[in-house]
Design a binder for this molecule. Structure first.
Ligand code: SF4
Ligand code: SF4
Length: 131
């Protein structure tokens, strides 16, 4: 590189505004296609378990309490999830999506890495059975 070109690059870098963002003080909105935290809408769920079967990271457990009564609990292991969205594509009923606005998932508490989705009573039943 010629010395003139180098000096011009140095001068440009010295006086331009910093590109670095002061995260977490400033937060940019995440792009809509970002794959963040999993969300489950149980309305059309049949409890088929295909999402869990197709998950390459074993991050989903579909717990069927009563299929007829549509009592399902989805256990999501956030720490295993590789955010591939395979489960979203596999669900034929569109029950799953990956939130673009929930992506700051770091935590000091390991408990936060496991989430239970479903009806409160059903979740309680699952927790009682696994205690
Ligand atoms: S995004 Fe991928 S790794 Fe995460 S739960 Fe869905 S299928 Fe599993
Ligand atoms: S694939 Fe869809 S319908 Fe089947 S258990 Fe998973 S979320 Fe429910």
């Amino acid at each position: 590189m010629k010395i003139g070109a180098m000096l011009s690059d140095v001068t440009y870098s010295l006086f331009r505004k910093p590109i670095t963002q002061q995260y977490p003080k400033t937060r940019q909105e995440a792009p809509a296609r970002l794959r963040g935290y999993l969300e489950w809408n149980p309305e059309k769920c049949t409890g088929c378990g295909i999402c869990a079967m197709d998950c390459p990271a074993n991050a989903i457990e579909m717990i069927v309490i009563d299929k007829k009564e549509k009592q399902f609990v989805l256990r999501y292991h956030v720490d295993r999830c590789i955010f591939c969205a395979q489960c979203v594509h596999s669900c034929m009923h569109g029950c799953l999506k990956m939130r673009f606005d929930v992506w700051e998932l770091a935590t000091l508490d390991k408990e936060h890495f496991t989430a239970l989705f479903g009806d409160e009573d059903d979740i309680e039943q699952v927790l009682a059975e696994s205690a």
